[in-house]
Design a protein around this ligand. Structure first.
Ligand code: ZN
Length: 228
C-alpha cells in the first residue's frame, strides 16, 4: 500500500451531493511505471470506516490499480479533503523498456536498453554512464559524418545549427551529459543516485520521442491528410 499525495488528484466530485471524492488521479502506474491518469471506478462505500475504495485501469498497460480513500468528508464537515489516499499495489521499481525501433537506429535502442537494465538492477552509476553513451549515439546520428568525432559538449552545441533545436532541448541534452559525467568520473562526494538515474532515463526517452517519434507521427498524419 502506498500513500498518494492529494495533489495527484486531477478531479474531485460530490458523490450523490454527499461525499467529496476523487474521480481521477494522475500518478505513475504500479505496473508499467508510466505517468498516467487513472479514472476511478467501481466505487465501494465502506461506511463504518468512512472510506471509499476504487479501481482504475491503467490506460497504458491495462492493468488494474486499486485506490483507498480514507476519512472521506461530507457536505456538513468543515473541511472537504479526505484524510488520506492510498494505492495498491505499490509502484513497481522495474521500469519497462519502450520500443523505439520503428523510429531510431537499432544501436540506439540497444544502448538505451542497456541503460535501463542497469537501472532495473539498481546500478545507478552504470545507468548514468549508459544514458550519456546513448546521448552520444543520438548526436552521432544527428550530425553530418564530418562532425561526428567531436566531443559530446561540442556536438550538442553543433546540433543547434543542424536541426530545429529549441533551447530547452539543448539544456536537456547538456543535463544528461553532466549526469553521465557524474557517473563516469570518481568523486567521493557526488555520485548519481536513484533520482538522478531515473530523471536521466525520463529525459532520454523524451529526446527519443521529440527527435524521432513526433516527426514520424507528424509525417504520417501529413500523408494521411494529403490522401484524404
Ligand atoms: Zn500501467
Amino acid at each position: 500500500m502506498q500513500k498518494v499525495s492529494l495533489s495527484s488528484v486531477k478531479k474531485w466530485h460530490w458523490l450523490s451531493n454527499q461525499f467529496y471524492l476523487p474521480s481521477s488521479v494522475k500518478i505513475n502506474c504500479s505496473h508499467c511505471s508510466e505517468m498516467v491518469v487513472f479514472k476511478l471506478e467501481s466505487s465501494f462505500n465502506d461506511a463504518p470506516r468512512t472510506a471509499f475504495y476504487f479501481t482504475g485501469a491503467c490506460p497504458s498497460c491495462d492493468e488494474n490499480v486499486h485506490f483507498f480513500c480514507m476519512g472521506v468528508k461530507k457536505k456538513s464537515d468543515e473541511s472537504q479533503d479526505p484524510d488520506a489516499l492510498f494505492m495498491y499495489p505499490e509502484i513497481s521499481f522495474i521500469r519497462r523498456t519502450k520500443d523505439y525501433r520503428n523510429y531510431i537506429p537499432e544501436q540506439l535502442q540497444t544502448s538505451y536498453e542497456s541503460a535501463l537494465t542497469s537501472y532495473n538492477s539498481k546500478n545507478f552509476i552504470a545507468t548514468s554512464v549508459g544514458c550519456r553513451r546513448t546521448l552520444e549515439g543520438i548526436f552521432y546520428y544527428l550530425l553530418p559524418e564530418g562532425d561526428r568525432k567531436k566531443n559530446l559538449a561540442t556536438a550538442i552545441e553543433q546540433a543547434k545549427g543542424a536541426i530545429d533545436w529549441a533551447e530547452p532541448l539543448n539544456n536537456l541534452a547538456h543535463l544528461i551529459r553532466k549526469g553521465g559525467n557524474l557517473g563516469a568520473h570518481f568523486d567521493e562526494t557526488r555520485e548519481p543516485n536513484e533520482n538522478v538515474a531515473r530523471a536521466m532515463i525520463d529525459l532520454l526517452e523524451y529526446l527519443f520521442e521529440y527527435l524521432y517519434e513526433l516527426p514520424a507521427n507528424i509525417k504520417h498524419l501529413e500523408n494521411h491528410l494529403e490522401q484524404a
